[in-house]
Design a protein around this ligand. Structure first.
Ligand code: NDP
Length: 246
């Protein structure tokens, strides 16, 4: 049987990029996957169709992660519709760049709302439904530990916040048999960071393996963390970055 047979997963930001690869992988592992998106209805519907064509189950819901009430309600509804909730993956994220003298307070607030506040909101909502064996997996960034470019300070701050969050929440959730971890990718080929983009070469120059990762490589680590085999991994920030931070 498949490792996640009978499980229900909620993935934020599943319409494109790393989140979409995670949706495909968790569905291939046997989970029923509900995923959120902000705007991309076409890609979201197409992803549902392709998961179903491969024999899996997925459902798309439009929820801006910055809207805490909507995110909370969407997670409650998924748990009610499918009778349980076992896995939460917080993948929705924004990358807003700019030097400090030009970085607006609106962009600061937006970064924190999506990359940090929504992670707390979704984790609180989802873990209320989880039983023994529950899993929370955040998509942080290797930039939590190394930010070798100008203009990325607020993004790096938002991702390093997740390091402390999973350490502390692991203590809250451990007694209930629920793990919470933070996956920290390096450059990964998505719309956010295309492998043929103008700064790809500079990023790759910092790496031990000088290429962008593919979304499926990140999904592989998420699949492991979601599985019963990872029951002893919690409170960890696991870097998967081709040696960017090495
Ligand atoms: P993309 O920009 O390619 O895709 C972002 C996804 O998140 C889309 O599905 C988008 O939905 C969704 N999303 C964005 N904002 C919101 C929101 N407010 N509410 C709901 N959904 C939202 O990003 P990646 O796949 O590259 O990144 C995914 C995660 O991985 C992010 O947290 C990012 O910070 C992190 N990361 C990425 C790296 C990279 O090099 N690509 C490296 C390290 C970390 P929609 O399609 O509707 O816009």
């Amino acid at each position: 049987t498949l490792p996640l047979a009978g499980k229900v997963a909620f993935v934020t930001g599943g319409s494109r990029g790393i989140g979409a690869a995670i949706v495909r992988r968790l569905a291939a592992d046997g989970a029923t996957v509900v995923f959120s998106y902000a705007a991309s209805q076409g890609p979201a519907d197409e992803l549902v169709r392709s998961v179903e064509a491969a024999g899996g189950r997925a459902q798309a819901v439009r929820i801006d992660s910055a809207d805490a009430a909507a995110l909370n309600a969407g997670i409650d509804k998924a748990a009610a519709d499918f009778g349980r909730l076992d896995i939460l993956v917080n993948s929705a994220g924004v990358l807003l760049l700019g030097p400090v003298d030009q970085f607006s307070l609106e962009d600061f607030d937006r970064t924190l709302a999506v990359n940090v506040r929504a992670v707390f909101v979704a984790t609180k909502a989802a873990t209320a439904h989880m039983k023994d064996g529950g899993r929370v997996i955040n998509i942080g960034s290797t930039n939590a530990g190394r930010m070798p470019f100008a203009g990325g300070g607020v993004y790096a701050m938002s991702k390093s916040a997740l390091v402390g969050l999973v350490q502390g929440l692991a203590r809250d959730l451990g007694p209930r048999g629920i793990t919470i971890n933070n996956v920290q990718p390096g450059p990964v080929n998505t719309d956010m960071n295309p492998e043929n983009g103008p700064s790809a070469g500079l990023m790759q120059s910092f790496m031990a393996i000088q290429r962008h990762g593919q979304p499926e490589e990140i999904a592989g680590m998420v699949s492991y963390l979601a599985s019963p085999a990872a029951a002893f991994v919690t409170g960890a920030s696991l870097t998967i970055d081709g040696g960017f931070a090495a």
